[in-house]
Design a protein. Structure first.
Length: 93
């Protein structure tokens, strides 16, 4: 069993309040969960208006499959015009 973890630091582009940021992040996380069948949550930047840190976990019996899924998730996040990726890490446990 392989557990892949993607951690992404985001900048929410047009956010002027915590409410704006939470709406964007919640929508992003819901889309990630539904489209890629992974676990996703906001982990960092909870008090910041423009910064957010999210974590995505994928469990598989093959490291290559988990890596592909996480790279697809990252590509989907980067394609979202409401956020900018500030940094990312993929780890396997």
């Amino acid at each position: 069993m392989v557990v892949g973890v993607l951690t992404v630091d985001l900048l929410v582009v047009d956010s002027n309040s915590l409410k704006d940021k939470r709406q964007v992040v919640k929508s992003l996380l819901d889309g990630i969960r539904n489209r890629y069948n992974v676990s996703a949550a906001e982990l960092d930047g909870l008090g910041s208006w423009r910064r957010a840190g999210i974590g995505v976990a994928c469990i598989s019996n093959d490291k290559a499959v988990a890596n592909t899924v996480l790279n697809n998730v990252l590509a989907g996040i980067e394609a979202n015009p409401r956020v900018t990726v500030d940094g990312c890490r993929i780890e396997f446990l």
